[in-house]
Design a protein around this ligand. Structure first.
Ligand SMILES: CC(C)(COP(=O)(O)OP(=O)(O)OC[C@H]1O[C@@H](n2cnc3c(N)ncnc32)[C@H](O)[C@@H]1OP(=O)(O)O)[C@@H](O)C(=O)NCCC(=O)NCCS
Length: 191
């Protein structure tokens, strides 16, 4: 097994997007092409390969300095709501572990999207390797202080096992299903 990281602008093989489609879009009945996300060209991409075959994928992008993480995917016809702590006027809130999400010091902030492992490779630690690499590279490249993501309900235990925590109420992402927002403070990952 090896993990491969591609920095923004580096070439990404078609097979990476095929895996993303097979895991995340095909099961929803979405058409080919819907796996392409806005910002792919500016993102860090990582995958895990087993015997030369891409088995797990994920990406991270820098949330613009004044951005709140909300997005609309034309191809998937799906809207992601903002992350409350990144919105103007955020007054602070506790995450589900009782930790206070601070109002300052949380940027640069990155968002993790499109994480998935092919069915036959799940439970082997591959997505954890991809996620750790995305976190480490985001810290190196962008000096990221925190990470944010919108987790499908089934994926929450995976992210929790990797140090992420839920906050706020559950919501529906159209054409995808129920989600909960999660965050991670990268402060402890720095050496
Ligand atoms: C969520 C997903 C990416 C996890 O990939 P994976 O390669 O199987 O994850 P890992 O093997 O690295 O899991 C690491 C840890 O996460 C936890 N975990 C992962 N999947 C879990 C599940 N379904 N239920 C409970 N815990 C889970 C476990 O603690 C696991 O450690 P363990 O194997 O020692 O028990 C994968 O199940 C997947 O692709 N699901 C479908 C697509 C999806 O929902 N993507 C996320 C969109 S937000």
């Amino acid at each position: 097994m090896k993990t491969v990281v591609k920095l923004p602008g580096q070439e990404i093989p078609e097979s990476y997007f095929d895996v993303r489609y097979d895991i995340l879009r095909k099961p929803l009945g979405s058409p080919k092409g819907s796996e392409r996300l806005g910002g792919d060209d500016e993102s860090i991409h990582c995958w895990a390969e087993v015997n030369g075959k891409i088995a797990a994928v994920g990406r991270a992008h820098l949330i613009p300095e004044t951005g709140d993480g909300s997005a609309f995917d034309q191809k998937a016809q799906s809207a992601c709501p903002p992350f409350e702590p990144l919105c103007d006027g955020f007054k602070g809130m506790e995450d589900d572990s009782g930790t206070e999400i601070p109002t300052t010091g949380i940027r640069p902030a990155i968002q993790v999207r499109a994480m998935g492992t092919l069915d036959e490779y799940q439970g082997q630690g591959l997505a954890s390797k991809v996620l750790s690499a995305l976190e480490a590279e985001s810290i190196k490249l962008w000096d990221a202080k925190t990470g944010w993501l919108q987790a499908r309900i089934v994926a929450i235990p995976f992210y929790e096992a990797n140090g992420w925590c839920c906050f706020g109420a559950e919501y529906e992402v159209p054409n995808v299903g129920p989600h909960v927002s999660m965050w991670k403070n990268f402060e402890n990952l720095k050496r």
